[in-house]
Design a protein around this ligand. Structure first.
Ligand code: ZN
Length: 138
């Protein structure tokens, strides 16, 4: 069995952002040389997500509005976690959107459903963040 590991780096210009990372994961898969197996992609931070959904900008604005209703960023003092930090909303948003995805690797390709794409969801950006890609198989 082969094993491949890579970290993707992010530093968004805004506090929140959704980034389609499918091309970077596909590049990692090519580098791995693995044809059959599993590809794990996970955020390495507790204020960011990796999730699979549609690459449609209206939907991404809907996610942003929905998450802001569930866990508004402000006022900061509405959260017990805030004090030294101001990112309680980011922890909550990340929990809703998830930590990781696993995609089957078939014939050297990510075995997606029709509209599936992989996204990085940043909820406390403007600093260095990492995403782990781990691919196992043969
Ligand atoms: Zn925090």
């Amino acid at each position: 069995m082969k094993s491949y590991r890579k970290e993707l780096l992010f530093n968004t210009k805004t506090r929140r952002a959704f980034i389609n990372i499918t091309p970077q994961v596909e590049a990692a898969l090519r580098e791995s040389g693995i044809k059959e197996g599993l590809c794990l992609v996970n955020a390495m931070h507790i204020t960011a997500s990796v999730f699979i959904n549609d690459n449609e900008s209206g939907l991404h604005r809907d996610f942003e509005r929905w998450l802001e209703k569930l866990a508004p960023e402000k006022p900061y003092d509405q959260y017990d976690h805030n004090g030294y930090e101001d990112n309680a909303d980011a922890h909550l948003k990340r929990s809703v959107m998830g930590r990781e995805v696993v995609v089957a690797v078939t014939d050297g390709r990510l075995d997606f459903g029709t509209w599936e794409q992989i996204f990085y969801g940043e909820f406390d950006g403007m600093r260095n963040k990492r995403v782990l890609v781990k691919i196992i198989g043969e």
